[in-house]
Design a protein around this ligand. Structure first.
Ligand code: UDP
Ligand code: MG
Length: 156
């Protein structure tokens, strides 16, 4: 089991609805470690880069307009198998199909306004963390609690 880092964006709906703290609280409570945290305004070119796989889809213009409508909060978090763990915490894209207990399943009813972005693979995570954070904006720090997130054997 490897310790991984993944990229999370808390979308404009999360900020507008006052849910930033609750979502970060869930990530912390799960045991994930915060390595980077910043608020920023996305512009269209950053959106095009981040959502390159979606350019040309009918919903894409709406997605850009949503993602640039208010600031977002970008997070880099790490932990055991963090990429999968965070994706599972989010639930599926269409929040109406998300199980209660997931972030989307508890906080959203929308496919587009679905609260959170999370990297979908380790390879994507590396690119996405680098897209949103400079090296000096990422912090590796020793946290006492990390001894309790998984057994030493599991962390080999
Ligand atoms: N999206 C949308 N309509 C769709 C599919 C996706 O508006 O039919 C938006 C939604 O905000 C989603 C984002 O585009 O989170 C990225 O889509 P992706 O398929 O990568 O979903 P995700 O990885 O976020 O679950
Ligand atoms: Mg995606």
């Amino acid at each position: 089991m490897a310790v991984e880092q993944t990229l999370i964006l808390l979308k404009p709906d999360t900020l507008q609805r006052g849910l930033i703290g609750q979502v970060i609280g869930r990530l912390e409570a799960r045991g994930l470690q915060l390595n980077g945290c910043k608020m920023m305004h996305l512009d269209k070119s950053k959106c095009d880069e981040h959502y390159a796989h979606l350019i040309g889809k009918p919903f894409y213009p709406g997605l850009v307009s949503f993602m640039t409508s208010a600031p977002i909060v970008a997070l880099a978090v790490s932990g055991p198998e963090a990429v999968k763990v965070v994706r599972d915490m989010c639930g599926p894209t269409n929040a109406r199909n998300a199980m209660p207990g997931t972030i989307r399943g508890d906080f959203s009813l929308s496919t587009q306004y679905n609260v959170i972005h999370a990297s979908d693979s380790l390879e994507t995570a590396k690119k996405e963390v680098a897209r949103f954070f400079k090296k000096e904006e990422l912090f590796a720090w020793e946290r006492m609690m990390d001894k309790m997130t998984a057994s030493p054997d599991e962390k080999k």
